[in-house]
Structures are given as C-alpha cells and as structure tokens.
Design a protein around this ligand. Structure first.
Ligand SMILES: Nc1ncnc2c1ncn2[C@@H]1O[C@H](COP(=O)(O)OP(=O)(O)O)[C@@H](O)[C@H]1O
Ligand SMILES: Nc1ccn([C@@H]2O[C@H](COP(=O)(O)OP(=O)(O)O)[C@@H](O)[C@H]2O)c(=O)n1
Length: 667
C-alpha cells in the first residue's frame, strides 16, 4: 500500500495481463458477522484484508468470538452461538457502514433479550451518515437505542433488557440505503422465536445487495421467505448453522476499475480479471453490461472476466445506475473518453456514502478540465480532450481514488498527455489495499513519460539513503545502480576473470541471473546482498565500472528500471549518461572526512570492523578512479543541482530534494 501524501500517475498508454481481485467487502463483512453469530467453527477463505473488515474482526473479538488465522490459509471463526459472552462493550467501527448497520441491529436485539450495554462509534464521517431509519425500526421492535450525538446518527448506545414486540411486522424504509434492511435480515434470526415479518416502506434500492444477504443467510441455514422485494419473513425457530467453510468471492465493485481499464486501454490483448464472473452473487458484476454498452468487449467465465477495448472512443451512455451504485462511479471517469455526454441517473445514494460522491466526482472531474452537470440524483459528464494536470482530492473515499486512476490514460485521446496526482492514495485500504500495486503490474507507459529523479555523487555521500527516502515519499521504484556494478564485479571475480579485461567481464553480463526483490539481491539461487555491501565489492565494482564495454552491457538493465509510477536512480552517471532527460538531477557531495566517518559508523553498526584512515584512503582512491576514468567519469551533469549535505541531516536533504522535485511537477 502507498502510505504517502500523494501518488503521481504518469500518462499511461496500455494495459494487459491478469489481476486477481481481493475478496468482496460486502460478502466478507456479512460472512464474518454470520460466522460470529453461529454456533461452532467456520473456515472463511479469501477474506478481504482491509480497514472495513479489520473493524468487524476487532468487534467480533470484543464480543467473544475466537479468531484464528491459518497461516497462508483461511480464517477460523468460532462463533458465540447467539449468546452474549461480553455484555458491556464499546466498539469503534471506523467508516464501515457494512459493520455499523448490522452490528447495531444484532447488538440491539441481543441486548434486548439477554441484557447488556453497547456503544457503537466511528470516525467523524460515520457520525454524519444517517442510521435513523434503522434505529426507528429497532425501536419499533422494542429495542432501547440512544443516539449520543445527533438524533438519527451514530454514535449509538444500545441497552437492555427490554421486551421485544415481534408479533407486528417491523417496517423499514428501503429508499435510502438497503443496508438497513440487510441489517435487520442478518440480525432478526437471533430472536425469531416466532415468525418475524419485515415490511419495506418505499421502493427498495440496491436490491442486488439484499440478494447477497439472502443468499448468505441461506448458506448459514436461514431460509427467509420473500414476497417480492416488499415483505420478508424470517421463519420461527430460525437458527444460524455454520456451513463449515465459506469462500468469499472477489469484489465485483473492485472489478469495475479493471473492466474499465480493459475497455479503455487493452487494445491488443485482454485484461483477465479473476475472482468474479457470470456466477457472481454480487450485483455490481452487472457493471460489465454498462461497460459493454460503452463499447467494451467482454468474455465471461464463471469466476473470471476477460475485457478488451471494442469501440474507441467509448460510446456515450445514459443509464439508471440504481443496480450498480458503487461501480457506477467508474462510469463517470470512463465518460471522459466517450463520444458524447454521458448521464448517470438514480444515484441519490451517492450523497450519503463515504463522502457526498456526486459532489466529489463533479468537483474532481472539473479539475481535470471536464464539463460536468449535477442534480440531486444524477450526474452528466462531457467528454474531455483538453486535459489539465490535476491533484485529485479523494475525500477518504477509496472509490474516488481508484476510479480517478483511470484518468491517467488521457494520452489515448489527446496529444498533450498529462499526469494525474491522487492525494492520500492509502484511502484504497478500505477495500483494496494493493490497488495501485495491482494496477501498476498490468499497465505500461512510454519511458519518456515516466519521471526519473537521479542522485549521483561520490561514495558514502548518502546517495543510497537519500534515494530510499525520496523514493519512499513518492512511491517510486528505486535503482541502486552501484549494486549492478558490484554484482558484476563479484560475479566476474567468482568466475576467475581478470577484472581489468573489460571485454571478458562485459561478456558475462547477459547471462547474470540477477534479481532485486524487497531490498535483497540474488544471483542465481544465492542471496548476495551482504557480500555486495562489503567494501571489497565496492572496489571490484569501481574496477569493472571503468570499462566502456561493461557500462554499455549494463545500460539496458538500468533503463529497464524506468517503470510506472516513476524512478529514483542513484549512482555516478545516472543524470549525465543513463537518464539524460530526468527532470531533476541531484549531485550529492560531502567532505571526504564526513564521508569516511559515515562509512565507518555504517560498517561498525553492522558489526564489520574498519579503520577510519583505511576507509578514507579507500574512498579517495575510489573517487580518483571514478573521476579519472574516460567512460562516464564521476562528474555532475550539466543541469544537475549540487547538494553538499556535510552539515545536513538526512531529513533536511530529503525535504530539500522533494521541494526541488515539487517545483518541477505541473501540479
Ligand atoms: N545527510 C546525512 N547526514 C548524515 N548521515 C548521512 C546523511 N546521509 C547519509 N548518511 C549516512 O551515511 C551513510 C552512507 O550513506 P549511503 O547512503 O550508504 O551512501 P552512498 O550510497 O552514497 O554510498 C549511511 O549510514 C547514512 O545513514
Ligand atoms: N552508476 C554507477 C554506479 C556505480 N558505479 C561504480 O560502482 C562503484 C560502487 O558503487 P556504489 O554506489 O555501490 O558505491 P558506494 O557509493 O555505495 O560506495 C562506484 O565506486 C563506481 O565506480 C559506477 O561507475 N556507476
């Protein structure tokens, strides 16, 4: 996950490959609650790991459920069998509607029948999301509920015992959020000593989510009788029975970004999306039909989709989106690539989601330059051809962040492509913590569009440290080019080659089986990270680096690191030779005394013995060789910014470089 203030997406051009979706949020939290209320054990496979499931899990634990993660396997949930273990608890539910609503219903009913006191609270936005209709329905049933802030909103206090009135049908509004009905359906089996009837008042929205609820209840042994979508009966004597094992489907709303990606950018080979398909329970899988109407070519298997671009530009759309409320946000961004204005209708529920999504989408689309009209329950988006680089505010709303990533394909409809900045990208953790990593796996950009920041300088000036810090802050890929020279030196040495024979050393480069993963370097099967860090490897590197043949043999390997979303490259000639078009080139220096001292401390802290004088002599010899060689000698690129960090802390250097970087970005 990118836990950084912003993530800049360079102009993207194409997409291909396979993505595996994380588990559905709606199914995960429903299954967890049902497993938690059931008697016995349930093995939950493919559970979504996200903010919203984390708050549900934390609550179940407080309520006395036992949770055990089988390493690399399912989560084992041992339920409370409908009997309260802990009758007095405070639960924090973040911004998770899928936890707040059903837990309110379940705990209100349990408190009424078994006694207890529960406080349910969330983040500030959760306290602005209405829950009054559910509270009213539960009070009608005889539950005691106090709204601790504003009437009709969380935080709530649920207490009991109190006498329940189950003989009369309980009435709940269906036209604001179907989650109120879902909450009652999930919870009422707890008290179904007689038939309990729920009547929906008003037209029920988001029916597919209620369908998921009914299907999952069935798997947990509860056969609800439904009369149309207006009246539901929970039969007397209903009891949750664990099915033993449950597999959570991939998240169909999350699939929408990749379906859209295929429609926009998979011109050659399709994007394959695994985890949802034609057999999916989730209503949002019908997003596929909307994407097809806009031109996507889709092939559906039971549990996978393959999507390719069909019509281009996309075809404008006028759609009632009531059946795909969450996924429909993606259509608003697809509309930018259409051949006319697109209208999304019947989306009033957007106004009470993580943020007011109609207002948010309109505001952010306009920042890109789009012309947008909005009404109480509709949004019209006009196609965009003159794009502006924009900083997209994400309102702590995962879906805003994910759907605006698709704006980075603007280069497919304009000659002057622009990057897109996504603020607070970690908000995707709500449903898809690795969304951007997954996206980056399947998209490509033109190398010249991918920004590079270079840091060159003499040994122990702090290049590696600064590069790590800056790359981390920007979410960029890192190239420690010295490691490539070190690995080449080491491999040549081990092969018994004369390190002064440039042609012989260069000849082994193509066959080097070198991999960089998670800060470790492997050569073939062997982890050579520590060997590479030794001073001896640095000297060997400097020796082989003097040969033009070796430098050119390593050139393409270095260029291959220029990957989405951007690159920070450190070495000797990153700015002067390898990435001459980098928008920011830093030449980092520090006095020889400072550098020798830093290297000394670095080695000592790793338990490697060293002498200050020896180190200084080595580094001066290495500097002399690096500066004096004819091939790519160590010297600042013409347009480099010099930085002497002798008297600076690491943070000061980092912040200065980030400030220079900010000056060069178009946002
Ligand atoms: N600005 C700085 N101030 C103090 N120490 C630093 C600074 N930059 C780096 N260092 C320290 O100096 C040591 C050498 O830095 P390193 O990044 O390995 O250098 P290089 O990659 O240039 O050889 C590290 O232990 C690092 O923590
Ligand atoms: N881009 C690069 C990177 C390293 N090198 C060579 O590789 C040696 C080791 O590089 P490094 O960056 O790992 O070394 P330190 O600066 O960490 O000591 C340097 O002394 C250079 O001779 C190079 O020539 N060009």
């Amino acid at each position: 996950m990118f836990k950084i203030p912003f993530l800049d997406l360079p102009p993207l051009r194409a997409a291909a490959g396979t993505v595996r979706l994380p588990g559905s949020k709606s199914i995960s939290n429903r299954v967890l609650l049902l497993a938690g209320l059931s008697e016995g054990q349930t093995l939950v496979h493919d559970l979504l790991d996200s903010d919203d499931t984390a708050v549900m899990l934390a609550s179940l634990k407080v309520l006395g459920c036992q949770l055990e993660q089988v390493p690399g396997g399912p989560l084992k949930v041992t339920g409370i069998g409908g009997r309260l273990v802990n009758k007095d608890a405070q639960l924090f539910l973040g911004n998770a509607g899928t936890a707040m609503r059903p837990l309110t219903a379940a705990l209100a009913l349990l408190a009424a029948t078994q006694g207890g006191a529960f406080e349910l609270a969330g983040v500030a936005r959760m306290h602005e999301r209405p829950i009054g209709d559910l509270v009213d329905a539960l009070r009608e049933l005889g539950c005691e509920i106090a709204c601790l802030g504003s009437e009709g909103y969380p935080p709530l206090r649920l207490s009991g015992p109190s006498r329940l009135r189950l003989a009369e049908p309980v009435r709940v509004r269906g036209d604001v959020s179907s989650q109120f009905l879902t909450a009652l359906l999930l919870a009422l089996p707890l008290v179904a000593t007689q038939d309990v009837v729920i009547e929906v008042v008003g037209e029920l929205i988001s029916k597919p989510y209620v369908h998921i609820t009914l299907e999952l209840l069935k798997r947990f042994g509860i056969e609800v009788r439904a009369d149309g979508w207006q009246r539901f009966t929970i039969p007397a004597g209903s009891r949750y029975r664990s099915p033993g094992e449950v597999h959570v489907e991939g998240d169909a709303s999350s699939a929408s970004y990749f379906v859209a990606l295929g429609a926009i950018a998979a011109a050659e080979t399709p994007i394959r999306i695994e985890g949802v398909g034609s057999a999916s329970l989730q209503g949002d899988v019908r997003f596929v039909e909307a994407a097809q109407a806009m031109g996507a070519e889709v092939r559906a298997e039971a549990n996978a989709l393959e999507v390719k671009r069909g019509a281009w530009p996309l075809k404008a759309l006028d759609l009632d989106c009531n059946h795909i409320p969450d996924a429909a946000m993606t259509l608003a961004v697809m509309a930018l690539y259409a051949d006319g204005p697109s209208t999304l209708r019947n989306i009033a529920s957007w106004r009470v989601k993580e943020t007011d999504r109609i207002a948010a989408m309109a505001t952010e689309l306009r920042k890109l330059g789009a012309s947008v009209e909005e009404g109480p329950d509709w949004l019209r988006v006009h196609p965009l051809r003159a794009w502006k680089p924009a900083s997209i505010h994400t309102y702590d709303d995962h879906r805003v962040a994910m759907c605006f990533s698709l704006a980075a394909f603007n280069g497919l409809v304009t000659d002057s492509a622009v990057p897109v900045r996504i603020l607070e990208p970690h908000c995707v953790a709500k449903t898809f913590p690795d969304y951007f990593e997954t996206l980056f796996e399947v998209v490509t950009a033109r190398p010249e569009d991918i920004p590079v920041l270079t840091i060159d300088g003499p040994t122990a000036s702090g290049k590696g440290t600064l590069a790590d810090e800056v790359a981390h802050e920007l979410g960029y890929v890192i190239l420690d080019s010295g490691m490539l020279y070190r690995a080449t030196g080491l491999a040549a040495h081990r092969a018994g080659l004369d390190l002064d024979d440039g042609a012989a050393v260069a000849a082994i480069v193509p066959a080097m089986d070198l991999h960089f993963r998670k800060g470790r370097v492997t050569l073939g099967e062997e982890d050579i990270t520590d060997a590479l860090r030794a001073e001896a490897a640095g000297l060997m590197a400097s020796q082989v680096a003097a040969h033009p043949q070796v430098r050119s043999a390593l050139n393409q390997l270095q260029l291959d690191f220029r990957r989405v979303p951007g690159l920070v490259a450190d070495g000797r000639d990153m700015g002067s030779t390898v990435f001459p078009d980098a928008p920011l080139k830093v030449f980092l220096t520090a006095s020889a005394a400072t550098r020798a001292e830093r290297r000394y401390k670095q080695l000592i802290s790793k338990g490697i013995s060293a002498s200050m004088e020896g180190l200084r002599a080595d580094l001066e010899a290495r500097d002399a060789r690096d500066k004096g060689r004819s091939a790519s000698p160590l010297k600042p690129a013409q347009d480099a910014q010099s930085l002497d960090n002798s008297a600076q802390t690491i943070e000061e250097s980092r912040d200065l470089v980030l400030a220079w970087w900010a000056e060069r970005r178009p946002f």
